[in-house]
Design a protein around this ligand. Sequence first.
Ligand code: ADP
Ligand code: MG
Length: 631
Amino acid sequence: MNTHTPIQILKEFWGFNSFKASQKGVIEDVLAGRDVLALLPTGGGKSLCYQVPSMCSKGICVVVSPLVALIEDQVNRLKKQGIKAVGLTAGIPNNRLIELLDNCQFGGVKFLYLSPERLQQSMVRERISQMNVNLIAIDEAHCISSWGHDFRPSYMACDLLRTLTNAPLIALTATATLAVQKDILKALKMQDPKIHKASFKRDNIVYHVKKVADKNYYLTQICKKANGSVIVYVNSRRRTHELAALLENSKISAAYFHGGCSKEYKKKTLALWLKDQVKVMVATNAFGMGIDKSTVAAVVHFQIPDSIENYYQESGRAGRDGNQAHSFLLLGPLDIEQAENQFIQNLPSLKEIQKTYTKLSSYLQIAYGEGTEKSHYFSFNHFVHRYELNSIKTFNALKTLDQYRLIQMQDHFEKSTEIRFICKKEVLYNYMETHEDLGLFIGVLLRTYGGLFEYQTKINPYLLAKKINCSYKKLESILQRLKRDNIIDLDTQSSDLSMVYLVPREDNRSLAPFAKMIEKNTQEKIHKMKAMIAFVQNNKDCRNQQLLHYFNEKSTSCGSCDVCKSSGDLSKEALEETETAILYLLESSAMDSRKIVAQLSYEKERVLNSIQKLLMSGKIIINDQNEYVKP
Ligand code: ADP
Ligand code: MG
């Protein structure tokens, strides 16, 4: 049989007409059997870089991905396109697991997605070694690096795949710092790899860091003026509600979005926003994955983000259509100081992480040595209230436990209703007789659930409403009435998190092996926050240049960001003149900055500024003696 060419595959399964420039080279090298490291910005189309090559040949592609949500998203997309794909995350019972692996081995499955901890399971490894693997893909490969902004130690197991198959490997990430690249190449034992790095430059995004006294007012102005959709990122769920209300009050259509919203609400709100019926989405960073709207005119950061990586990625959701778009970071007078202090204060220490783990285990009633392979649903707020914990810090602690794969945490919104009869049986029968309208319902209750007199029992209000042929609302009011009449005890709760224990509860012992890494990673987080603050405070260098410099890329200044605009006032010619003079000086010999300043008649500040600009654009470099030279 003829195998298909990449472009045929692209058209047939994805319905796209051409590859993006950066995809082409990557796909060619993968098909040539090379190990490839692909560094492409978010939205750059990384998935196709492994999906298309694998579709071009026989066999299965094994993909490692860090998050359940990412795995589910990819698997569902492929299935919709008629491509067989399987996702192995935690919480799949063993018999189902065997069935899925059988399908991969014999059932023509083209993509097997796994969370990295699945590789620690010998059965999974054994089975993969028996499969006809044509490609290994490590998605979000920066997770393997402790320098990455999302380090996940379990990712280090990815190199096990090397021992199971000779298939080539492609690592993909949007993190392009050198330290991370090096870690990836080493940890994945990449042989003679081809490195593809697309430019992270987004010419059409104008960055503004705005110092303002009244952020609310400024936000309203931005949203009013924006010629398209807006995303506003804030750092708390509560804030999403507040700001959405604020905007609505100013007659700007706005909605909120965060991890604790129900699935239905998220779906509905997202649809309204996509259809331009809601202009502004005020969200936490839970809003992002799979959001692929091209006409976002502005992204606003209402607080300082935790890292340049996040800031860049979130800003990058603007202007996908290629039209000019804006990224605003609003800075109140106290923001920098607060961001730094609060960020550091909210990073849990190892002790606090351990404490959270123990509390969580008691809260979920998980006994020592137990707890795996079962999902627990609960309300985060309830948990925090019960033990009087600081909620941001506690959430960070849970995230760390997830990062180190002791637990797997996911958003999961569900309302649960529990009841119990608290009156004597005789009283109940009497009540049924005197309240005929409720008698039918109580009868159905008693027939549907056993033990209602003995235990608090979870009931399904939708099912009950159906049984007695009434609306959900009506049913709720019946329950309220029974409660008021002291017939039942009613406990309605909503859960917003689901939790799977990936290893049995062993309290401090579970965490001990990671103690050093956790501490190092905490320092790393502080470091990233400080880099972000330095970016905010640097009013001398073009925003675009600063960002690209962070990602190891050289560029010229953009001419449109807040820095360029304000230094433009100083006269562009003047700056160019200085740069030309410096370059002229360096024609004859290398010099350090002191010497350059001494040789020129301009003021020191201006010269240093220009040196910095020349460095960033790659027009000059630093030699071994710490002097500047032309490359
Ligand atoms: P990344 O993983 O790099 O962030 P994705 O693989 O999720 O990016 O792709 C981002 C979006 O771009 C997806 O909606 C995808 O369908 C789209 N896309 C990818 N490649 C192409 C292409 N060649 N033509 C058109 N759209 C593409
Ligand atoms: Mg991706």
